[in-house]
Design a protein around this ligand. Structure first.
Ligand code: 5GP
Length: 187
């Protein structure tokens, strides 16, 4: 059986990447499996353990680092986030195209370790528009938003080595672009 693709999917917080991805994941032809990350961040309203993330304490995360359980991990706005290796390997060996929704620091680690990975970066039309979206979402305090915006500017700079850049100024258009890229890479 042909091994599945490894797809790195990143973009600044609030850029709409989760909304795009939830639509892309519904495309059955793409044969995708979403990699559930481990994090020390607290769950937001509606998030489920084992589905959105595996929510753990710092000690448990650090133990997983010691045991070399991660394909990559990074520290992002005071929390750890990491991709458990076992899930990715088992799905890919079954022919599934595994998608990693991870930040740029993690993405660059995977690009380095796995040269066959494909990388997609979702960009906001502008920083101003992104700021308004984050405020509108109302899930984070303004101090956290300011911190995240600084991070966004850094992320866009660092993501230059990603293969595909998609600007999310229109949701359906962005969804279609992502679908077409994956289809092209599958062939
Ligand atoms: P959030 O707290 O908004 O869910 O995620 C914050 C950032 O961490 C997002 O950019 C998200 O893509 C990223 N992230 C989620 N899981 C992982 C992971 O396993 N590794 C890395 N490096 N980043 C992750």
């Amino acid at each position: 059986m042909k091994k599945g693709l490894l797809i790195i999917y990143s973009g600044p917080s609030g850029v709409g990447k989760s909304t795009i991805l939830s639509k892309v994941l519904k495309e059955k032809d793409l044969n995708l499996a979403f990699s559930v990350s481990m994090t020390t961040r607290k769950p937001r309203d509606g998030e489920k353990d084992g589905k959105d993330y595996f929510f753990v304490e710092k000690e448990e995360f650090e133990k997983a680092i010691e045991n070399d359980e991660f394909l990559e991990y990074a520290s992002y706005v005071d929390n750890y986030y990491g991709t458990p290796k076992a899930y990715v390997d088992s799905k890919r060996s079954k022919g599934k195209n595994v998608i990693l929704e991870i930040d740029v620091q993690g993405g660059l680690q995977v690009i380095e370790k796995c040269p066959d990975a494909i990388s997609l970066f979702i960009e906001p039309p502008s920083i101003e528009i992104l700021k308004n979206r984050l405020i509108g979402r109302g899930t984070d305090e303004i101090s956290v938003i300011e911190k995240r915006l600084k991070q966004v500017k850094r992320e866009i700079k660092t993501a230059k080595s990603y293969k595909y850049h998609i600007i999310n100024d229109d949701l359906d258009k962005a969804v279609n672009e992502v679908i077409e890229i994956i289809k092209k890479e599958m062939n």
